[in-house]
Design a protein around this ligand. Sequence first.
Ligand code: SAM
Length: 455
Amino acid sequence: MNYQTYLGDSIEILKSLPSASMDSLVTDPPAGIGLLGLDWDKDKGGRREWIEWLTAIMAECHRLLKPGAHGFVWAIPRTSHWTGAALEDAGFEVKDVITHVFGSGFPKSVAVDKAIDRAKYTDTDQLFQVTDWIRKRRNELNLTNKQLDEIAGVKGGACHWTARPPAGQPHIPTKERWEKLETVLGRPPEWIEKLIKPSHELGENWSKRTVVGHYPKNAGGIGGVEFRSIHQSVTIPTSEISQKWHGWGTALKPASEHWIMIQKPISEHNIAANVLKYETGGINIDASRIPVRGKIPSTTNLDFRDGGFLWDTSERSQHSIYHQHPGGRFPANLIVTRSNDIECPAKVMNDQSERETDVAQYFKTFKPEAPFFYCKKPDKHERGEDNIHPTVKPLRLMRYLCKMVTPKNGTVLDPFMGSGTTGVAALFEGFQFIGIERDENYHQIANRRMKGIRR
Ligand SMILES: C[S@@+](CC[C@H](N)C(=O)[O-])C[C@H]1O[C@@H](n2cnc3c(N)ncnc32)[C@H](O)[C@@H]1O
């Protein structure tokens, strides 16, 4: 066998595969919070439900792995503790977390001053008084939320209009919705009527914001010609309360991801016995070394002051220069992608260090990044022209992860195969591969990408 893929839900397929038959697990599951708004990415109803869902799949993976086998499981920092909990509940040990720094994410932050100015209502207690009235009327009339939704012509609105404190998310129906609801619920009391506003109406301070500039929102184009340039206003608050919150937001820029390193506990009395019996239990350090040659300063002297990974070229650093292991740097729990990576910096360093330049001078001139594992984002060529998967991982990264945890001729398991990058990586490294994907299109793309790859 070179590789085998399955179309279907991994929980079902995994159950049909034999125990202790896989040598490693390298997989990229959904994040659990509806990050992309796609069907496969949906949240499962909350933290507990999502952990239970992943635990069930990971418990099957645990059964399929040989004792001592390792794995890497992708997670985002925001829910990586959920993934970690599911992995532990499934029986794995969490051994480390590799942070992959890429720096290019887009912050989904809400400007607090704008949120205040835009908000129609800012008094939660008042909203709960309104939802309390609607809920009581609904109960008096023996109606359900589903019926209220149908009356108002919406889906999922009534659970907000009837929300209870403290966990509910209360909304007041817009004027347009009230007009329909009133035909059944009757006219609300005057204090509620005063709060009803049309959907287009925003907070009274919104229109008072001062426009201080405009910026074009890039709408794409061809050959330098923009399709459409949307000019958005840059505004600053005028009201005292929102001025106080100008410059405050709600989220950080997502610039890193996690690869949680796990191990199925060894079954023998020590690592030597386990490796000799199953070939699993160790990680392939030498295959994962980061190649650098010649003399370079120790990473303990890295200087992060200028916002990048620059070298400390001070006297102190000069004294701690040492000769590298011939295979390169010890693999670290940090991986770096530069968005404008043209060339792998490790290669630049190799070429340059062959010149035997004075080390301090060399690093002053070339400003290399720290010698961690570098990988570029996947371009069209790497993904394959027809690959429509939204979260394709870099091939170089997946090869690196597969070879770190898979013994020679071993089998890599991926129960969330997507467009098959783990499979392509495993095959390029000379491993066998088992992949499962529930989406027919992605499954086909993965098979096309893997077809014919032999090392
Ligand atoms: C983050 S993507 C993996 C992308 C992949 N690393 C790549 O480079 O193309 C996760 C994949 O898991 C699949 N998936 C989600 N739940 C699944 C399940 N229960 N069984 C099988 N596949 C599932 C989704 O359809 C999605 O393609």
